[in-house]
Design a protein around this ligand. Sequence first.
Ligand code: TXA
Ligand code: MG
Length: 350
Amino acid sequence: MTTKTLILHATENDHRTSLKEAAAIIRRGGLVAFPTETVYGLGADALNAKAVQAIFEAKGRPADNPLIVHVASKQQCSELARNIPEKAFALMDEFWSGPLTLILDRTEIVPDVTTGGLDTVALRMPDNEIALGLIRASGKPLAAPSANLSGKPSPTNARHVIEDLSGRIDAVIDGGSVKVGLESTVVDMTPAVPAILRPGEISREDIEKVIGAVIIGYEDKIHPESTVVRSPGMKYTHYAPDAAVTLIEGEHEMVISRIQELLGNSPSRQVRIGLLLTDESNKMIRHADQLALGSKDRPGEIALNLFSGLRYMDSKGVDLILVDGSFSHLGIGAAVSNRIRKAAGTIIKV
Ligand code: TXA
Ligand code: MG
């Protein structure tokens, strides 16, 4: 499968010509990567089974891992989902457009390939004018997973998309860098007590303020007793770099000294180590391959830089990536921790 991938440029204020071209590609069953507020998505007409099938092929994605369908309005949900509970409408009112995906019973119009054969569908209205404009201009709901090769970190700018998918997709809309950097929060609204299947910028506390108690339905390597894996995507290693990833969690000073100890113990010529650090640790450590992701007290900064940091370390060809886990786990910090734990082969608590 080789196609010449068209690069279209757009901003949230100026996107008309690019969207016209991109929408034409979507209508004829093609694949277009586009920015959202979370990460870049790889879009196709969600109701065209052949087009959706091509997404799985371009990404090398397992067929049983369902896709999120992106809409441009709440009204558009009614053709895709039924039995929508009151709690789901309450969450839409509060958080859409925004990084929240809701799992609902699907209608017959949604093809099996889009939902991985499930009788539910994942819906989300992104907070990005280019994404919303593309949905409106094409007149189609867009099935769109993150626009990376399966197993790579999600793309946070158009360059990452091109690195992974150039020649495999019809076009990418370059709309600059994303705002959040981690994928949306996924909530299953079909049980009486909804379950968070994937943490994101919209936290458990944010959700519980609106609809009351929810269940945590994603795997946490540290507390395996609290796990129920129900989102098919959560059983795959999302990111397994060539390098091994070790996460060091704990209080800031303790994490720094453990990282220094690990650096001191390793025969540098045999094992090349890369460090992904908080700003605070970055000032305390001197090493060849190190990158500061953001302040430990502002996990939103770390969220924004994590995936590009992992890609950067891959490009450096290091053997082992040590990740400083001393950042705050509040708010989006819980989601940052979840993504790193999923990539990590080893988690050290100090
Ligand atoms: O922020 C995001 O959510 C980005 C942007 C592009 O919107 N999209 C994204 O898609 O992260 P993807 O395919 O990489 O992740 C979708 C997640 C997977 O874990 C998948 O298993 C889950 O949502 N999912 C989709 N449909 C589902 C369903 N019907 N039931 C349970 N989980 C579902
Ligand atoms: Mg993904």
